[in-house]
Design a protein around this ligand. Structure first.
Ligand SMILES: O=C(O)C(=O)C[C@]1(C(=O)O)C=C[C@@H](O)C=C1
Length: 94
């Protein structure tokens, strides 16, 4: 393999990592909104049934894409944990 091939692959990986990061930022913003809705409704931040639905759906998608389900679960657990505490450390006044 030529060095330029490796550089090209790494450039593409960097681009994808940036997209993943932007999607994570977007996801956290939505989780923050969901947390605000639940707080207004007097619901707890942790919704185990919803998390289970999300993981089941992702595991179905992983299976059909040939990706290891355990890997997807290991990636998603901390994302869901971050979703539970989204917005918790923000000041209540702007
Ligand atoms: O859907 C919700 O109720 C959310 O608070 C969002 C979210 C998530 O990150 O997807 C976060 C925490 C909950 O335990 C379940 C899901």
């Amino acid at each position: 393999m030529r060095e330029t091939d490796l550089n090209h692959i790494r450039t593409q990986i960097d681009r994808l990592d940036e997209q993943l990061l932007n999607l994570l930022v977007e996801r956290l913003a939505l989780a923050r909104k969901a947390q605000a809705c639940k707080q207004l409704a007097g619901l707890p931040p942790h919704s185990p049934e919803r998390e289970s639905e999300i993981l089941q759906q992702l595991l179905r998608l992983a299976r059909s894409s040939g990706i290891d389900g355990e890997l997807i679960e290991a990636i998603y657990q901390p994302i869901l944990t971050a979703g539970r505490s989204a917005g918790q450390n923000e000041r209540s006044t702007p």
